[in-house]
Ligand binder design. Structure first.
Ligand SMILES: [Zn+2]
Length: 411
């Protein structure tokens, strides 16, 4: 699961921050939470296909949280979408969307499935799919506002194939039954128990989106034991009165919810335009809950680093600006026909290990920071050599980096 903040401003956008929206990518499907103005452009910039959006969750009817909705739906119409789209939000969302398209005399080519939530709703599942569900609960704002929790259902445990084979399991249906928790009887009468072969179920990923609210116990319920909690922190603690008055949270409120809910990572968002440097908010939040970070637009957050494999291919080059290999000096690759303007192939970091799989770019950075003297240097050299060999075999297509976060640090 990958979370990509698309807009981290509060009510008014700034030169660098857009109106609220966050995308959740999972197995090729995108769920959008809120859809402020500019959402569809930010999706493009993040490399997220708009056609992949299958669910849109709107928290409330403050204009900054849904002003991008009609534009996005209209683009999907122009793309001749035919898949059903599901929109979840407070009661009235259907009327709003339908009125807009009636006004524009547009007949949508695709079906929209609405899940409207009434104001007396106390909380529960609003979407229940085969592999995940989404739960909503009312929050405490100056109008009806919903928080959401996206929860993957538990995945079946891993099958110990070696053990299964040794015990005489050969057919696909037998594996299927074992995975489904059923015991399998072999031809000779022996019973192979599922619990012997299949490990414990693996817990699914979880994400909570809580914005436009003062502190409320429902926020804690939604965020309980989540992998990622994206919580608003509109104000810093010295504006706590203003936060209370306007139905918003301070960074301390966000940290309090994170603490009580025991989330793994708190990411704060929805910054008031008065903070040109939102790090002041982060510093405050970290005093109470350390695993906290700022939502940064277009910077992806992986709930599980292993998921990154195969999703993002290392295919971004660093173009040498001065033809002098940017001072890499003795580490200059000994390519046969480097005609001055040699393109470099930057390998993505393997986030599980500290630096395995580093390519030329990160090796160069290491040499700059004196780390080449470490005991790993010979390993690095070998890897570098390997990556050069890879390079000569396939010629990856040069592309323009979409975001500044192609080589971001894990937090
Ligand atoms: Zn807002």
């Amino acid at each position: 699961m990958i979370i990509v903040p698309l807009g981290v401003a509060s009510a008014t956008p700034t030169a660098t921050r857009h109106l609220p929206s966050v995308a959740l990518w999972r197995e090729g499907t995108i769920c959008l939470f809120d859809c402020g103005e500019n959402t569809q452009m930010r999706m493009l910039q993040a490399g997220l296909k708009r056609s992949k959006v299958d669910f849109i969750f709107i928290t409330h009817f403050d204009v900054d949280h849904y002003s991008g909705l009609i534009g996005l739906l209209s683009t999907l119409q122009l793309q001749r979408r035919d898949k059903t789209l599901t929109i979840v939000g407070p009661k009235g969302i259907k009327k709003y969307v339908e009125w807009n398209f009636k006004f524009a005399e547009v007949d949508l080519t695709y079906d929209v499935n609405y899940a409207e939530i009434e104001e007396d709703f106390e909380g529960g599942k609003v979407i229940d799919e085969e592999e995940f569900y989404v739960e909503a609960r009312p929050l405490k704002h100056n109008k009806f506002c919903l928080g959401y929790r996206f929860q993957e259902k538990d995945k079946p445990g891993k099958v110990n194939a070696e053990k299964a084979e040794a015990m005489g399991i050969t057919d696909d249906w037998q594996y299927k039954d074992l995975k489904a928790g059923k015991d399998v009887e072999l031809d000779d009468g022996t019973v192979v128990e599922s619990s012997d072969i299949v490990g414990h179920p693996r817990p699914g990923d979880s994400f909570a989106y809580i914005t436009d609210t003062s502190y409320h116990p429902n926020s804690v319920k939604l965020a309980m034991n989540t992998n990622i909690l994206l919580h608003e922190a509109t104000f810093s603690e010295n504006l706590a009165d203003k936060a209370e008055e306007t139905g918003h949270s301070t960074s301390i409120d966000a940290a309090r919810v994170a603490n009580e809910a025991q989330t793994k990572l708190l990411v704060i968002t929805h910054f008031s335009a008065r903070y040109t440097n939102p790090f002041v908010l982060l510093r405050e939040a970290r005093k109470d809950f350390f695993p906290a970070w700022l939502a940064t637009e277009l910077r992806p957050i992986f709930t599980d680093p292993a998921h990154e494999k195969g999703i993002i291919q290392p295919k971004v080059y660093i173009k040498e600006i001065d033809g002098n290999s940017s001072g890499s000096g003795d580490r200059k690759p000994r390519g046969k026909s480097s005609g001055g303007k040699k393109k470099r192939f930057r390998k993505r970091k393997n986030f599980k290990g500290k630096s395995s799989g580093s390519g030329n770019y990160s090796s160069r950075r290491k040499s700059d920071s004196d780390k080449s003297k470490s005991s790993r240097s010979s390993d690095n050299y070998r890897r570098k050599k390997d990556s050069r060999d890879d390079n000569s075999e396939r010629k990856p297509r040069p592309i323009t980096p979409r975001t500044p976060f192609d080589d971001f640090d894990r937090f």
